[in-house]
Design a protein around this ligand. Structure first.
Ligand code: HEC
Ligand code: HEC
Length: 281
């Protein structure tokens, strides 16, 4: 910003000077300056954003090719989550790679029990699942869509599904001491501590034997490590986690409880985020 200002000042004093000199000298200087400015423009060719490809037999088939290259090791040849790497990733504990033939999804903007939106799947493929699944930002966005179409094709109920969305009411609240304090009270009132512990470290009294739907031990998240949040750690991501829940595991959905009191959720989010910083590992 400072630089900009300096340039503006410099520019206007040059203009004054040019006016004083006047005449042909001014025109010649101007030409020179213009060609210099033109030469400085870098010829970067920006390819237009490749939008979302259509869903058809071809794009699903291309998605399968990408799947066979990038996902099969964990999610298995048939998409049932039984790829060879699954064994090394987390043999006796959760999470195991998702079984795409089961239709159970954690990271959704839809109410508990519903299928995810395509956008939810695209987000998971793009950012991965911290600690368990790599991000695939290295894949072209169009290829990420195609692989999404392919995994959807493994669960026929996706066809024509119109899942109900969790309504987003309000928005992130400024992280003031008052809001964090209110959030702390919500944390107490809604008994998040039963699983996540009084200090948010994932050591609540119910934490010991929580299991996922596939009968593997799945401890609650340590809320003092936001970098480990699988569903994202921006306030809007946390809203999704709390309201939609993470189906297939023990993290409940709270959308019914907070209906009409959504501002409490934004305070709760400020409280959770106050337990850690961007750089907490
Ligand atoms: C290194 C192993 C690994 C690779 C490679 C991998 N995944 Fe995963 N994936 C996982 C694990 C583990 C989970 C379960 C995470 C959990 O439940 O917390 C998962 C979950 C998912 C989910 C479910 C998200 C939800 O809402 O429940 C999707 C979708 C997914 N993976 C897509 C893909 C796609 C597409 C690829 C390839 C482009 C891929 N994964 C590659 C390990 C992997
Ligand atoms: C019955 C136990 C239980 C209760 C009660 C509970 N949680 Fe959880 N929570 C879990 C489990 C288990 C996970 C990890 C799920 C997973 O990895 O799939 C989790 C994960 C989370 C995460 C991390 C999600 C991510 O992106 O990784 C947040 C944030 C969270 N819970 C917030 C809350 C809040 C806020 C409350 C209270 C309103 C709450 N939880 C109540 C069990 C619980």
């Amino acid at each position: 910003m400072k630089m900009m200002k300096r340039f503006v000042v410099l520019g206007s004093s040059l203009a004054v000077l040019a006016c004083l000199l006047g005449g042909p000298l001014q025109a010649a200087e101007q030409d020179k300056a213009e060609s210099k400015a033109k030469a400085r423009v870098m010829p970067i060719k920006v390819s237009p954003y490749q939008g979302r490809p259509p869903v058809n037999a071809d794009t699903v088939a291309e998605g399968k090719k990408i799947y066979d290259r990038s996902c099969v090791y964990c999610h298995g040849l048939n998409g049932d989550g039984k790829g060879p790497v699954a064994y090394f990733l987390s043999r006796d504990t959760a999470p195991h790679p998702r079984d795409f033939t089961a239709g159970i999804y954690k990271f959704r903007s839809t109410i508990s029990g519903e299928l995810p939106l395509d956008e939810d799947l695209f987000r998971t493929v793009t950012f991965g699942v911290p600690g368990f699944m790599p991000s695939f930002t290295g894949l072209d966005p169009a290829d990420r869509w195609k692989v999404v179409y392919y995994i959807k094709s493994l669960y026929p109920d996706f066809e024509g599904s119109e899942p109900e969305l969790v309504p987003v009411v309000g928005g992130p609240a400024p992280s003031t001491a008052g809001s964090i304090h209110n959030g702390y009270q919500v944390y107490q009132e809604f008994k998040c501590w039963e699983c996540h512990g009084g200090g948010g470290q994932g050591d609540g009294k119910k934490s010991i034997d929580l299991k996922d739907d596939w009968d593997f031990l799945l401890p609650p998240r340590n809320l003092t490590m936001r970098t480990s949040f699988k569903n994202g750690s921006r306030p809007e991501d946390l809203y999704r986690t709390i309201m939609a829940g993470l189906d297939g595991g023990a993290m409940p959905s709270y959308s019914d409880f907070f209906e009409g009191e959504e501002d409490k959720v934004w305070d709760l989010i400020n409280y959770i985020l106050s337990l850690s910083s961007e750089t907490t590992k």
